[in-house]
Design a binder for this molecule. Structure first.
Ligand SMILES: [Mg+2]
Length: 230
């Protein structure tokens, strides 16, 4: 394995689905408030970070927030699973073909790097029949801070494939400035894709290594991600 490609989930691989409503429901169940759930920008944030920002904004202390997180996420996962039956996530254009092509390239390892807690990632990607495409991942349940997730993914990838990946051949693919930022924090490459809330111009201004409008140009993206750079 020469290359490791780590994909974000929401806005990158899939869109839509019932997660926000399920999260809102679980916040109300466990804390009695969801804070400013319609006003907060969720983009690129981890699930526990979103919970903390919403609940802090509603006046809760960190100790009270921390005490409720296990119940919050248990409630969220139950609600998410229930709701996904009627409202599955939508796979974004080009994603299955790109994953096929990368898997077929032979020396490309595929993983996840997402702010979703692991159980939420499993449910969302399972509803889109994409979960089995990824052998490793790092998740919002590993750290509340997205910038701390790349080393977790690299360690799991090294263990899974028995390879120490060269940082110059590790790409993070995501739809927000936070995806780009967590790659930059660790000297990894970043491919930003404008299928979420951010435009190509906004993503280009982050200093991403490459920006695309969608993951639809399979051949060009495979060439980019598997290029051997000095
Ligand atoms: Mg995203």
């Amino acid at each position: 394995m020469n290359h490791l490609i780590l994909f974000d989930i929401d806005g990158t691989l899939v869109a839509g689905g019932p997660a926000k409503g399920a999260f809102h429901h679980a916040l109300l169940e466990v804390y009695g408030t969801a804070g400013d759930v319609d006003g907060l920008d969720f983009s690129g944030k981890t699930d526990p970070q979103i919970a903390r920002e919403l609940l802090s904004g509603a006046g809760l202390a960190d100790e009270a927030i921390d005490a409720g997180l296990p119940d919050l996420f248990a409630c969220y996962l139950g609600e998410l699973e229930h709701r996904l039956g009627d409202d599955p996530v939508r796979v974004l254009p080009g994603v299955p073909d790109l994953l096929d092509a990368l898997s077929g390239a032979g020396d490309v390892a595929l993983g996840l790097l997402t702010g979703n807690i692991a159980g939420g990632a499993d449910l969302k990607l399972g509803s889109a029949r994409l979960r089995e495409r990824f052998d490793v991942g790092s998740f919002g349940s590993d750290s509340e801070v997205r910038d701390e997730l790349p080393p977790v993914a690299l360690e799991r990838a090294a263990g899974h494939w028995s390879v120490e990946f060269d940082p110059g051949r590790v790409w993070i693919v995501g739809d927000t400035p936070r995806d780009v930022g967590c790659a930059q924090a660790h000297g990894l490459r970043s491919l930003a894709v404008a299928t979420g809330r951010f435009s190509s111009a906004e993503l280009a201004s982050t200093g991403a290594d490459h920006v695309v409008d969608s993951l639809g140009s399979t051949g060009a993206i495979v060439d980019l991600l598997t290029r051997l750079v000095p």
